[in-house]
Design a protein around this ligand. Structure first.
Ligand code: PLP
Length: 389
């Protein structure tokens, strides 16, 4: 969330004074409905559902593409733990694939991890960087797999002219506090396939059976990931801010990238689609973790903030304890790892290439509150310090 202010508070006040906070009032055209239409129009999707969070959006999306016990879904080793958690929530097993230098899922490793049980691939557009969708789509077509895009961190981003979350069969956004636009907690499922949408809709609101007449999908017992009109009202304002937010982020990143490029001390981490990148971080890669740490320390001493993806806690697979320990559920009868005849082995060292790439990478976050020139100057100083090391 980069911007939030008077417009959102006015929109919330209007909903409160209307005393109409529940979104399904027996009519159409409320805040949530209007947000969903606007989101679809903005990104070019046929259907969307505003839900309570990004994890809920992933779960509803996975329901939409029929994921369940016995299925495997391939996820990257570098993503927020919610990506694999959404898979085990449905009794399926996340299979962890390496990331490549772009810090995103490596299509070559995805192909190696495919088995008879693989049902879907979940590319994650981490930090707003677009995954290599062309390569992934080719693999999905060849092996008859579904694609669910985790675009939680990449609202508005695109890949070769198409918006992220609309390239695969279904996509998920998060609107929590830390994402590009947000309302505290929230998310959205997007798809252009009617049957995927209907299944996700039923999953998102078990009370949906009352609208059975508008559904062609046979009804089943859903859960609740519903939101109220307050979130819808905030998100409508946030969506109007999206273009400007992305333009600001991208202008800053372009300047930072240009300033950092061309050094012989490190390489620029490759970006799969520069134009579609949201511009949240600029990453550089050293030849070793030792060099990355030395650079980080030198920058820290001079007061220049930087980070490394290896230090991002539960965004790194080796920190996914409940997954690595295969504790998929509080109840053994619902445990994904017990619902399959298959033995799965995880370890903290199972994706050594990911660990090596993440630990030799240094990132500079885009500072939204600082000007393009200030962002440029900060990394220019960083480059000088690194080159004097
Ligand atoms: C934030 C995030 C999620 C989960 O979103 P919540 O809204 O926190 O449930 C899932 N995947 C990724 C990559 C995320 O960054």
């Amino acid at each position: 969330m980069y911007e939030m202010g008077r417009e959102e508070s006015k929109a919330v006040e209007k909903v409160i004074l209307s005393k109409q906070l529940f979104r399904y009032r027996g009519g159409e055209g409320g805040e949530c409905d209007r947000f969903e239409s606007a989101l679809c129009k903005k990104i070019g999707a046929k259907h969307s559902i505003l839900v309570s969070g990004g994890t809920g959006a992933l779960i509803c999306g996975l329901v939409g593409i029929d994921i369940g016990p016995g299925d495997e879904v391939i996820v990257p080793a570098y993503t927020f733990m919610a990506s694999p958690l959404s898979v085990v929530a449905l009794g399926a097993v996340p299979v962890i694939a390496e990331v490549d230098e772009s810090l995103l899922i490596d299509p070559a490793d995805v192909e190696k991890k495919i088995t008879r049980r693989t049902k879907a691939i979940m590319p994650v557009h981490m930090t707003g960087l677009p995954a290599n969708m062309n390569a992934l789509k080719k693999i999905a077509r060849k092996h008859n797999l579904k694609i669910i895009e985790d675009a939680c961190q990449a609202v508005g981003g695109s890949y070769k002219g198409r918006r992220l979350a609309t390239i695969g069969d279904v996509g998920a956004f998060s609107f929590n506090q830390f994402k590009i636009i947000g309302c505290g907690e929230g998310g959205a499922v997007v798809t252009s396939q009617r049957s995927v949408f209907e299944k996700a809709l039923i999953q998102h609101d078990g009370g949906c059976f009352s609208r059975e007449h508008v559904l062609s999908t046979p009804i089943f017992c859903g859960w609740s990931y519903r939101v109220c009109e307050l979130q819808g009202a905030i998100m409508r304002v946030q969506l109007r801010r999206l273009d400007r937010i992305l333009a600001n982020l991208r202008a800053r990143k372009r300047a930072m990238f240009a300033e950092l490029a061309g050094s012989d001390r490190y390489a620029m981490s490759p970006v799969n689609c520069t134009k579609g990148d949201c511009g949240v971080v600029t990453a550089i890669k050293f030849e070793s973790e030792a060099l990355m740490r030395a650079a980080q320390k030198a920058l820290h001493v001079r007061g220049i903030p930087s980070g490394s993806p290896i230090d991002s806690g539960i965004h790194v697979y080796s920190r996914w304890s409940p997954i690595l320990q295969k504790r998929a559920s509080s109840h053994p009868g619902r445990d994904a790892y017990k619902l399959t005849g298959q033995r799965y082995r995880y370890s903290k060292t199972m994706c050594p290439r990911t660990t090596a790439i993440l630990s030799s990478t240094l990132t500079f976050g885009t500072s939204y509150s600082e000007s393009v020139a200030e962002n440029r100057r900060r990394v220019a100083k960083a480059r000088k310090i690194i080159e004097r090391m």
